[in-house]
Ligand binder design. Structure first.
Ligand code: COA
Length: 137
């Protein structure tokens, strides 16, 4: 079951993101739980986004390494976008590592399109970012 995250979920979210190339500090996670949209599939994955008026930015997103490829990512992203649509969001956007084929394919399957690139945007390791957006309403 997908649900909103609470501060008691911060450790699970920290551990899930720690295994990715975009880990977050626990403080940042707690801040997002308080101010942003953070949804979890308990024990499986998390998606974090920020809604500003009618725009939604996906800030981070991960499924536990050993559980990938089983549809959990699709469920989390679908849940977030449903929620966003009901909240009046018109555009969703994000950036993703150019080499992240799994994530880019997943976003494309929901209708996201590549709309730009940011040279050397990421560190550890350095890599270009691909920018993607989706018109919702
Ligand atoms: C991106 C991520 C969240 C996807 O979660 P997941 O649970 O593995 O994804 P799903 O099993 O729901 O797959 C959904 C779709 O994504 C795409 N996909 C997933 N894994 C893929 C892979 N290894 N190669 C190509 N496409 C892939 C496919 O389109 C798939 O749909 P299909 O199964 O109908 O073909 C997961 O790979 C992850 O945690 N990656 C590390 C963190 C990360 O990169 N986050 C994104 C930051 S922008």
């Amino acid at each position: 079951m997908i649900r909103k995250a609470y501060s008691s979920d911060a450790k699970f979210i920290f551990e899930t993101l720690a295994k990715t190339l975009t880990p977050w500090e626990e403080q940042g996670i707690l801040g997002s739980i308080e101010h942003d949209l953070v949804f979890i599939l308990e024990g499986e994955g998390v998606i974090i986004a920020r809604q500003t008026l009618d725009e939604l930015e996906i800030l981070n997103f991960a499924v536990k390494k050993e559980l990938r490829g089983q549809g959990y990512g699709k469920s989390l992203l679908g849940f977030l976008l449903d929620h966003a649509e009901k909240s009046g969001v018109k555009t969703a956007f994000l950036d993703v590592r150019q080499s992240n084929i799994a994530a880019v394919s997943l976003y494309k399957s929901f209708g996201f399109e590549i709309c730009g690139k940011r040279k050397n945007y990421y560190r550890n390791p350095p890599e270009d970012a691909v920018l993607m957006n989706l018109n919702i309403n």
